[in-house]
Design a protein around this ligand. Structure first.
Ligand SMILES: [Zn+2]
Length: 101
């Protein structure tokens, strides 16, 4: 999944949460103890479910990409960002001890 797709999923999830909140607010405004608006509750519940699916997808994407993105550290000699597993700094060519991920 591309970064822009992640952003899109976040927007979709956010939109579903907003709709669910509006539906719940409307149901609260129109509350009638003799006739609770179960249909409105179902609608809001469905939007919340959709938002959770989006968030699950985003979570899976984050977990999947976390494995392929190498962890970084600062070079002890020049301080620039190098891979944790690097044995040689790509900036100043200082030999460094590789770190376990
Ligand atoms: Zn360096």
């Amino acid at each position: 999944m591309e970064q822009s797709l992640v952003e899109k999923k976040v927007l979709v999830a956010n939109e579903r949460l907003s709709v669910a909140q509006e539906q719940l607010d409307a149901a609260i405004q129109a509350y009638d103890a003799n006739r609770p608006d179960i249909e409105a509750m179902k609608e809001a519940s469905e939007r919340l479910r959709e938002a959770r699916v989006c968030i699950d997808n985003i979570q899976q994407h984050i977990e999947a990409t976390a494995e392929v993105v190498p962890s970084m550290r600062g070079c002890p000699a020049c301080g620039k960002s190098i891979r944790a597993q690097a044995t040689l700094c790509g900036h100043c060519w200082t030999k460094v001890n590789p770190q376990r991920a």
